[in-house]
Design a protein around this ligand. Structure first.
Ligand SMILES: O=C(O)C[C@H]1NC(=O)NC1=O
Length: 243
């Protein structure tokens, strides 16, 4: 039995439920998914400021997951907030949904397009492409120009905009796959893939399977060098509980 903690770095429980459903839909029979929202922070992550706030929430949940003895962690926000800090803190594998989706896209296509929410977050995806070494695989990045929580308003408008943007990208970008650039889009991938006949990749499910693979291979986060445990120091104020 493996236990994987899936962390929604924003505080919106409705989005955490969407993320949890996507994770459980692909989890192996022997994998238990524990899905959590950030205990404090921002209701949605839509820029550099939000990412900084969300990183603390991620680290708090990593700590809780460690205390519960989970075997691995997923950071279920497309900015992969706090990923390397989380790897310092964690023993088990920690995978972000952006890196997971990008890796998977390169395994099934030579070029992929990213479709995300607000235009201002496109640069965050660009930074990740460079950090992960996937810039030359990315054909284009597009935003549907709706806020993240539009995906949870029940109208279906955001979901239809994602669908339309994917269809347009497949016509125009010369891409062979599409990466969905938000944890809140996780439920769209399977049906969209069926409809367009091209891999539409959700990072939540991709990350769950990558963590399962790492656990199965007996691979934990390296504690050699920069991902060694954080240096011990006395934290104060709002961070005292992280000591
Ligand atoms: O960066 C984005 O647009 C999406 C990102 N924000 C968020 O609250 N969850 C996410 O996956």
């Amino acid at each position: 039995m493996s236990v994987i903690q899936v962390i929604n770095p924003n505080t919106s429980d409705a989005m955490t439920a969407t993320i949890a459903a996507a994770a459980r839909a692909v989890a192996a029979p022997g994998t238990e998914i524990i899905a959590v929202s950030a205990a404090q922070g921002v209701p949605s992550i839509e820029g550099h400021f939000d990412e900084a706030i969300a990183a603390v929430g991620v680290l708090e949940q990593i700590n809780r997951g460690k205390a519960q003895g989970v075997d691995g962690h997923v950071i279920a926000c497309f900015g992969d907030p706090g990923l390397l800090a989380a790897r310092e803190l964690a023993r088990g594998p920690v995978i972000g949904i952006a890196e997971a989706a990008m890796h998977m896209a390169t395994l099934v296509a030579t070029r992929f397009t990213v479709v995300t929410t607000l235009p201002r977050t496109l640069v965050i995806a660009r930074h990740l492409l460079r950090q992960y070494g996937f810039e030359h695989h990315c054909a284009a990045l597009h935003a549907i120009d709706l806020p993240v929580l539009a995906l949870e308003d029940g109208s279906g408008i955001a979901q239809e905009k994602v669908r339309q943007r994917c269809i347009q990208a497949l016509r125009e970008d010369g891409c062979g796959a599409i990466v969905l650039g938000c944890g809140g889009m996780a439920s769209l991938a399977r049906d969209l893939t069926q409809e367009v006949g091209v891999p539409i990749i959700d990072g939540v499910s991709a990350a769950v399977k990558m963590v399962e693979a790492l656990i199965g291979l007996g691979l934990s986060t390296s504690k050699q060098g920069d991902l060694a445990w954080p240096l011990r120091k006395t934290m104060t104020g709002a961070f005292e509980h992280l000591n």
